[in-house]
Write a protein that binds this ligand. Sequence first.
Ligand SMILES: [Zn+2]
Length: 518
Amino acid sequence: VHWADRLAENLIKEVPDLSTYTFASGITPSGAVHVGNLRDIVTNWFVARALKDRGKNVRLVHSWDDYDRFRKIPKDVPAHYAEFLGKPISKVPDPKDEFPSYAARFERAFERSLADLGIDFEFRYQSMLYESGAYSPGIVKAVLSRTQIFDIISSYRSQESSLDERSAYLPIEIYCRVCDKDTTSIQRVDFDNLTVSYRCKSCGAEETIDLRKATNVKLPWKIDWPMRWAYEHVNFEPGGKDHATKGGSFWVASDIARQVYGITPPIFQPYEFVGLKGLVGKMSSSSGDLLTPAQTLQVYQPEVLLWIFARVHPTKAFNLVVDKQLFQVYDEFDRAFENSKKDVSSADARSLALSTICGRTVVPVSFRQLASFTNIVKGNRRALLDVFERLGSHYQESDICERAEKAEAWLRDFAPEEKIDLLVAPNQTFYASLSQIERDWITALSAYLSSGPHTLSEISTDLYAIPQLENVTSPDTQKRFFRIIYRLLFDRDQGPRLGTFFSALTPDRYLHLLSFRG
Ligand SMILES: [Zn+2]
């Protein structure tokens, strides 16, 4: 049974007979959102799909925590951004002035990627909700239950708290009405009239707020979380595994949910973090080992990216690869794709079904071969189709376009060292350095290739028989032979699989590089 189906069934067992199940996720847009954050999203997406398959209605709510304070200056913004520290991220301007705010820049980018992945959520902007007063009843409830909340939080702390701390505790944070900063100190609280007076340490402003109509008050995170569960009626929420450890924020939030807001906390699904493997060169230095979903989708077909998440249980860590191992990822996807036609009940088939995107079809064109040949044919789609035709696969241009673009982006931005191109003129200097026996191998190869056409399997076998030393061929001589061919064709020590290479291209493209006089 696929993990998403198991989690869906567990949810139905825990909360039977609901007309609509609500899934929540949340991210603080304090910088570019890492592709690993997709785990928060897709865990919900897959379980929700499994729930829909069981005839249930679902609601997917994603919160942008853009009412959180701007707490440190990211390295890619001007130094004067220090002046915005302490404001909500939604009130920090976009450094390039292209978006309404610093937060919006990252929110829009991530939302666009979710659309590319076919994921459809209701987005909630916490700054808008807090500033509209929608959360005021939840805030009032927290203020009136301050002692209870204090005791819950204290019960998870090892440190003793004093009675003074207890009586002074007020679970709210205030953004100054005038300068928007949270550098406010509370002067008076009137619990009968539910008003709070503050003074701003930055600009000196003073204000008395009616908590029932509060539009600049925020709850601290451990209270904000259960308040939102109550507000949205959340039934299921994934989160980093650290939240779930004994005494972690999910425990505190759950107690507050039950005792203050009178609700049952949602089912919490912890997940392991997603690492990144193979980010080098240009991409690594420009992004500081951070990859956004948009950058990932430059090289991953959306279905392939979804599938990588779908096939691994949320509690298992994995690395997203962007180096040469990407070939393997595509190969595995394509194999699963073929296998799923034969065995629709396998876990592989289920992972694929959960990764489909409405209105799209996938054609499993070898990414490895696209990457090997696209540069040689200078990106010409017609020539690429011919390559596949010669290798025995018949495709339409529309079948190969998307993956061809991803292969090109990969070679350009992620793995330029994998980009191969045929030499323009024969590598005379290298040929001159070869022994007579090695030259004889090349003469034999050239004669063999011009005597074609040969099938892929013929070439693959015959190639290995060419490099003989005293009538014997060994893995060592074969390795030496192949290296010589790579040097003559590409002036490199490595390259694509030669059998495939020779059969995929017409001999006129490479024979002149293997023909020497004397
Ligand atoms: Zn102020």
